[in-house]
Design a protein. Sequence first.
Length: 138
Amino acid sequence: MSTAPRSETGGWWVRLARTALGLLIITACFLVGDFAKRRLGLILPGSVLGLFLLLALLGARLIRFEWVDQASRLLIFILPTCFVTLYVMAGENRALWREWGLVIASTLISTVILLWIFTGWLAQRLLRSSVTDSRKIS
């Protein structure tokens, strides 16, 4: 990622070209992963295979991070809009909430609590191991 101000990194057409290149690379990785899934009959989704391929290409430095950075930021920005319809439909369906509301609410609450417990446990474990490692060094 460049530390230069945006005005020095090029005009809007340069940013547009970088975003288009990144989208092209990400889409190509997705399509190759999907093709491999169908061709090899794998259980793993093609999009996950495509992500592994993109990660391997980035790790091998065949693709530079700067090429996909702008496009990935755009996709992450757009991602929540894919789920808005789902949440609105579930929120307005009163029959769903009458029949399954207690189950949905209890599942959400217990999942959040378990996630907090796991995160706290993991953080304590990582902090203990970093303290132990720093004591071994000194």
